[in-house]
Ligand binder design. Structure first.
Ligand code: ZN
Length: 267
């Protein structure tokens, strides 16, 4: 019997349990070897592919910086409208609901409404390098960077697997490359611990990675996450951010966040 046939005999609950355990273990094992670093006083731009990625991935960092009076701006690349397909709802209603959740979450992290902007790229179909729309999207993000002049830029880690997240990584790298001002580019994990294929720990380059102690910001981050998770549900009873795996959420409730520096070829 082939391995795939044996795998089909494993009950679904066992697969989900194994995935949850792997997700928690990976994060613990990798992160405990990464040193803590104090938050810098540098201004920051957080690039999020979808509404909620900024809060889950960087909520602690946003809160600590904003509480210290350091300028932080969030750019959401898409409106998160793709969930409308599964929910059978009008995309405009979905966009409006998700926008209000994002503004609420960011306010709980200490940001004013004018510190959040959207690029309105197509959710689920974000352009990748070489595809139509990529250069235009990178220029749009670059224009935001020129306007905001952040000293640090944060985008999803390329090991996140999700196609939109990988597109966000490449778009941000390209926008940073186009920028006339020097800045530091960092990657934050969102789906990496849950979705990356086997061998992640060997593949992952942790040189220069750092952990941020977010103990002082954790209650604000949990409150901001609740702006998505406990928001009024879409028709059908699902949250607009979807029903997210337990272990995926637990990793965002840790007392630290982890960031990986970009390779210098993008700077
Ligand atoms: Zn996302």
């Amino acid at each position: 019997m082939k391995f795939r046939s044996i795998f089909k005999l494993v009950p679904n609950w066992a697969v989900l349990l194994a995935t949850d355990l792997r997700c928690l273990l990976r994060c613990s094992v990798v992160c405990r070897r990464i040193a803590f670093q104090k938050p810098s006083g540098n201004s920051a731009l957080i690039v999020a592919p979808h509404p909620d990625d900024e809060t889950f991935g960087c909520g602690g960092l946003i809160r600590l910086k904003s509480a210290a009076g350091v300028p932080v701006h969030v750019v959401i690349l898409t409106d998160g409208e793709a969930v409308a397909v599964g929910l059978g709802e009008d995309p405009q209603k979905v966009i409006s609901a998700r926008k209000s959740e994002t503004l609420n979450a960011c306010q709980r992290l200490g940001l004013e409404a004018d510190s959040v902007s959207w690029l309105h790229l197509p959710d689920g179909k974000m352009p990748h390098p070489g595809q139509p729309g990529f250069a235009e999207a990178a220029r749009a993000l670059h224009a935001e960077m020129e306007l905001l002049a952040p000293q640090e830029v944060y985008c999803p880690h390329a090991q996140d697997v999700h196609p939109d997240h990988l597109a966000a990584t490449r778009l941000t790298e390209e926008a940073v490359r186009l920028s006339s001002r020097p800045c530091s580019l960092y990657y934050y994990p969102v789906w990496m611990w849950y979705h990356a294929s086997s061998g992640l720990r060997k593949r992952l380059d942790t040189a220069g990675a750092w952990r941020l102690d977010i103990s002082a910001a954790l209650s604000a981050k949990n409150h901001a996450m609740a702006a998505y998770l406990d928001a009024p549900k879409a028709p059908g009873g699902k949250p607009y951010c979807g029903r997210l795996p337990w272990s995926f959420l637990q990793n965002f409730r840790r007392r630290y966040e982890v960031y990986f520096p970009a390779t210098s070829s993008y700077l």
